[in-house]
Each structure stands twice: as structure tokens, then as C-alpha cells.
Ligand binder design. Structure first.
Ligand SMILES: Nc1nc2c(ncn2[C@@H]2O[C@H](COP(=O)(O)OP(=O)(O)OP(=O)(O)O)[C@@H](O)[C@H]2O)c(=O)[nH]1
Ligand SMILES: C=C(OP(=O)(O)O)C(=O)O
Length: 222
């Protein structure tokens, strides 16, 4: 197993569980913009998100839940632990399955769930969010419009009840999770579902895989 430059396995720190949908069917809301590049764009955003997560100083281990064969091989080579999406019942069930695997591996670690569509994610901003999260049993970071969620965090012993999808900010608040201050973590909050989201992420500065696909899309769209 090779590791990214700068990645140091740690014994303390967070386990971050990341669900990755099969690229062939992912990011349907970007279909008209990305056309044949849509699976490649989903892959590139996932790779940039997970590479930044592996480099974050607050992260000890990354557990990926996926049934995508390319993601399984490539993310394992990057240094993530990859488990199959055995339930295959959507995002939240995949996260619970990943949480069980994470707990089995590192029983006393704090565990967070994070989406794979944060292509501008910076390792230091993720570390900042996870440091804030350590003050609460259960907490979360809302997305840029403050409607959805990008990161859901639990300390050891807390229930893990992710409620991602649609207006998940309210769902997580109703479940008793504390919303973390999003002031200094714009790249943790910028998930990408649509073309305007992608433009905003590009302004924040996306990782190299997403940058390459964006360059190809620029030649299509002018
Ligand atoms: N393992 C797994 N991951 C999922 C599943 N559904 C969504 N995800 C992941 O969950 C995160 C957020 O998903 P969405 O933003 O809804 O992405 P999406 O389903 O690809 O996009 P749309 O087709 O536009 O809804 C991304 O990391 C996806 O890869 C699923 O059924 N299984
Ligand atoms: C899954 C989520 O993201 P989106 O609905 O933007 O895909 C969410 O915000 O809970």
C-alpha cells in the first residue's frame, strides 16, 4: 500500500467514513453540463476529496464504502480502507455499514461521515472542523446554502444516526446534533451537485483531478 506525500498514519485522531456511489450512475444533476464527462467528473471530485481527507492532520483513517471497482482499487492504493457497500440501500445505510466497519477497526476513535463531492476540500479546514466537533457528542457542518450537510461527527459512545439527503441540516438538528461554526471552513461546506456549485468550488480552488476535467469541459463549453 502506498501513501500520498504528507500522509502519516496516526493512532489518535478521527476515522472518516466516505460513501462513494458507482461513478457510472453518480452526479445525475450534472448530466446536462458534463455530458460524457459526468462519470469522470464524479471520479475526479471523489479522488480530490479523499486525497485531501487522507492528508488532514486530524484524520487517522479513512473508510470508503463503495461498490465501484475503480474506486476500490485506486482509493485503496491511496491509503484508504475500502469496504463494499453491502446494504446497497442508499447513502445513509452505506454510512452505517461503514461506521460498523470503522468501529470494529478502531473502537475508541471518534467517527465522522463525510460526502465525496467536496473537490475544493483543504486538509487544514477539515482538521479545524473536526477539532470543533470534539467538543460535542454529535455535531455536523451544513453545506454552503445551509440546507444540506457535508460532515456529520460522533464522539465515542454516541449514537451514529446520519440523515443525509435533501434538507438534512434540519434533520440533523432535530436529531440533536450541534451545528458547527462554518465561518472558517468554506471548502468543507462546498459540495458540488450542480454547475453553479462547480463554479463556486473552482473559485475556492479544486484539486488536480477536478481541475483536469474542468479544463476538458471548458473546451466543450467555451
Ligand atoms: N456507497 C454509496 N454512496 C452513495 C450512495 N448515494 C450517494 N452516495 C454518495 O453520497 C455522497 C452524496 O451523494 P449525492 O450528492 O446525492 O450524489 P449523487 O447521488 O451522485 O448525485 P445526484 O445523482 O445528482 O443525486 C456522494 O459521496 C455519493 O457518492 C449510495 O447509494 N451508496
Ligand atoms: C446528501 C446531501 O447532499 P445533496 O442533497 O446536496 O446531494 C445532503 O446535504 O444531505
Amino acid at each position: 500500500m502506498s501513501h500520498l506525500p504528507g500522509f502519516r498514519p496516526r493512532n489518535d485522531g478521527w476515522t472518516v467514513v466516505v460513501p462513494v456511489k458507482r461513478y457510472a450512475v453518480a452526479k445525475s444533476r450534472l448530466a446536462s453540463y458534463a455530458g460524457p464527462h459526468r462519470p469522470g467528473l464524479a471520479r475526479a471530485m471523489g479522488l480530490d476529496t479523499i486525497a485531501a481527507t487522507l492528508r488532514s492532520p486530524a484524520v487517522a483513517e479513512v473508510v470508503i464504502v463503495t461498490n465501484d471497482s475503480d474506486a476500490t482499487h485506486v482509493l485503496n492504493d491511496l491509503g484508504a480502507i475500502v469496504v463494499p457497500d453491502e446494504p446497497d440501500l442508499g447513502l445513509n445505510q452505506a454510512l452505517v455499514y461503514g461506521w460498523l466497519a470503522a468501529r470494529e477497526r478502531r473502537g475508541r476513535a471518534p467517527i465522522a461521515a463525510m460526502l465525496a463531492d467536496l473537490p475544493a476540500l483543504r486538509p487544514d479546514e477539515l482538521a479545524h472542523a473536526l477539532t470543533l466537533a470534539a467538543d460535542h457528542q454529535t455535531s455536523f457542518v451544513s453545506d454552503t446554502p445551509a440546507v444540506g450537510t457535508t460532515l456529520y461527527c460522533t464522539m465515542p459512545g454516541a449514537d451514529f444516526v446520519p440523515a443525509f439527503g435533501g434538507p438534512s441540516r434540519l434533520a440533523h438538528l432535530s436529531g440533536g446534533a450541534v451545528e458547527l461554526d462554518g465561518t472558517d471552513i468554506p471548502t468543507v461546506r462546498r459540495d458540488v451537485d450542480t454547475e453553479p456549485d462547480l463554479r463556486e468550488a473552482a473559485l475556492l480552488g479544486v484539486g488536480p483531478h477536478t481541475r483536469e476535467i474542468l479544463a476538458a469541459l471548458e473546451t466543450v463549453h467555451g
